[in-house]
Ligand binder design. Structure first.
Ligand code: 5GP
Ligand code: ZN
Length: 112
């Protein structure tokens, strides 16, 4: 499958991993937008939030519980932002579900 994140999961493309288990992978974003910028992805290829099914409920719960642990371990003690860009107008450029953890600086609102 021609998916950059599937290739990161398989090791075909290298990444700076911060966490991995049987269901998910977290790694540093190549083009960081904050002192902490990590992507958390399910190992299952799901295109976007739009394509989630009922059977993914447990997986998504797992993703969010781990996001909190990963953010804490990366030192985002004062807070952080979790971002999901969904679809073209939402700014999604990689069509494999992913959540950005952005931290280490104050975040502005609204995002662009
Ligand atoms: P999106 O815009 O789809 O929400 O975010 C995709 C993110 O993936 C971008 O922040 C981009 O920098 C990151 N990205 C794209 N290709 C690679 C890659 O090969 N390695 C890493 N580590 N990040 C990538
Ligand atoms: Zn994929």
């Amino acid at each position: 499958m021609d998916c950059v994140f599937c290739k990161i999961i398989s090791g075909e493309i290298s990444s700076k991993k911060v966490y991995e288990d049987e269901k998910i992978l977290a790694f540093h974003d190549l083009d960081s937008k904050a002192p902490v910028h990590v992507l958390v992805i399910p190992k299952k290829h799901i295109v976007s939030v739009e394509k989630l099914s009922d059977c993914d409920q447990g997986l998504i719960g797992h993703v969010f519980l781990k996001i909190a642990i990963i953010a804490r371990e990366l030192g985002c003690n004062g807070g952080y932002r979790i971002v999901n860009n969904c679809g073209k107008l939402g700014g999604q450029t990689v069509n494999h579900l992913h959540f950005h953890i952005l931290g280490g600086r104050a975040m502005s609102w609204p995002p662009g």
